[in-house]
Structure formats: C-alpha cells, structure tokens
Design a protein around this ligand. Structure first.
Ligand SMILES: O=C(O)[C@H](O)[C@@H](O)[C@H](O)[C@H](O)COP(=O)(O)O
Length: 246
C-alpha cells in the first residue's frame, strides 16, 4: 500500500516533503558515505527549492556534499537550454548553494546527432546511474505520466522494458519530442520512490490513479508494482475529487 501525505496550503507541503527527504538522507548515510538521488523536472524542482533551500529548519540539515544527483528523465537538448531539466535544477537549486552536490547530467555533445546518437545518450546514462538509488523524486503529469514514461500504445515500449534501465523516448506527447527516461527496473531496485503532485490540473489523474487504479497510467502502475516503498505528497487541490481512503 502506498503512503499518501495530503496537505492544505497552510500545512506547508514543502516542509513536510523536506522532512521526508531528510529522513531518507539520514537513513542512506547510516549505511553509506553518499546519498544517491534521482530527480525529475517540472514543478518538483521548485518544491525542492522551497523544501531544501528556503526552509530555514530543513536547509542546514541537508548534507549536499554527500549527495549524488541524477535525473530520472532528461530532454535531449543542450544542458544550457531552457527545456533541460539539468538547466532548471541548476538555476533553481544549484546556483543558490554554497556547498554543491555531485551532479550527473547527460552528455549533451550528441544532442544534434540524430536518432542513433539518442540511443547512445540513453545507453551512456545507464552506465552513469548506480544500480540502486536511495530515492527517486518524481512528478506526475495530468495524463498520469511519470519520468518520461507516457501512457498509450505508442509508448508501451517504455513501460514494457524489462532489462534496459534507461531508454530513448521519442515522439513524446509533451515537448520536446526526444528524451531519455529511466525504466521500471530502476524503480524496482530503488530504496524509495516519492511523487509530488500539486494543483487542480492533477485532479483527473489523481482520480484515475487512486480511485480507479487505472494502471494504463504509468504512475498508477508504479503504485501497483512498488506500493510499499512509494510515497505521495499531494495537496488538497490535486486530491479534491479522490474519494478512496489512504
Ligand atoms: O521531463 C519532463 O517533462 C518532466 O520531468 C515531467 O515528467 C514532469 O515531472 C511531469 O510532467 C510533472 O510535471 P509538473 O509537476 O510540472 O506538472
């Protein structure tokens, strides 16, 4: 069963999320010297800023020098492009830190080289990713996608992948069209998975995921497959139409 943490604006979701991340950091550092985290793009990056930088009780406890940061998905664009998840993370988080984590972006030297090279970007990133990540921090799109695992027959190859850990996602319904994404085997091996979903644009997806358990939506499939290690941080707007109890 997944854990759902639901908050109103007054209850300060970013702070609660920050406490959760802090706990995962402490758990990981009890066992190892580094904390291996993979993050998505989108609004999650702003929540990271609010939780881990702006929150004055959480910020001093974050041991950035022990963090290794990877990306659960990345758009195939130069790293300084506005669409790059790395670029968003750099501008929103890294540029505001005095002590930096180690960050592992994609190799962007091949972004203009076409399809064969895109496969290579994915394969190369698979080499970079540790086998077991301590924490995956995920978003969920209004269509139920997570990472760049999109719903629908055209993108079934991503969800069906059993061996390769990073794939090239082409014809993405959300631009830009070419991306890389982690696959379910990476999620299977991860210690913990955490989604953040906020705002009324997520209502329909939340109803499909939590009430209808519609596993055609990749985020619902993640719940079904890996439930006990999955946490959701949601606000009351996103969950307004969900009737199931958690
Ligand atoms: O590369 C991407 O497009 C993002 O990583 C994407 O997968 C994002 O996580 C979700 O779309 C949720 O984004 P929002 O929280 O901004 O809606």
């Amino acid at each position: 069963m997944v854990s759902v943490h639901k908050y109103t604006v007054e209850e300060n979701l970013p702070h609660k999320f920050g406490e959760y991340v802090l706990q995962r950091q402490e758990d990981a550092l009890e066992k190892a010297k580094v904390f291996n985290v993979a993050i998505s793009g989108g609004s999650l990056i702003n929540v990271l800023e609010e939780a881990l930088i702006d929150d004055s009780t959480i910020a001093p406890k974050i041991k950035w020098n022990k963090w290794n940061v990877y990306f659960v998905d990345e758009r195939i664009v130069p790293l300084d492009h506005k669409d790059s998840n790395y670029c968003a993370f750099k501008e929103t988080v890294l540029d505001k830190l005095d002590v930096l984590p180690k960050v592992y972006p994609i190799d962007d030297s091949l972004v203009d080289a076409g399809a064969e090279a895109y496969k290579e970007i994915a394969t190369d990133y698979e080499e970079v990713l540790p086998t077991k990540l301590d924490l995956l921090l995920l978003g969920c799109g209004p269509d139920g996608h997570t990472c760049s695992l999109f719903p629908g027959d055209h993108h079934k190859y991503l969800i069906n992948e059993k061996t390769e850990r990073v794939l090239w996602c082409h014809d993405s319904p959300k631009p830009p069209s070419d991306r890389i994404t982690i696959t379910l085997p990476v999620m299977k091996d991860a210690e913990a998975i955490c989604f953040v979903s906020m705002g009324s644009s997520k209502q329909d997806a939340m109803r499909h995921i939590f009430d209808l358990k519609d596993t055609a939506m990749p985020s619902a499939l993640v719940n079904e497959l890996f439930g006990s290690k999955v946490s959701w941080f949601v606000d009351d707007k996103a969950f307004e139409t969900v009737t199931s109890k958690y």
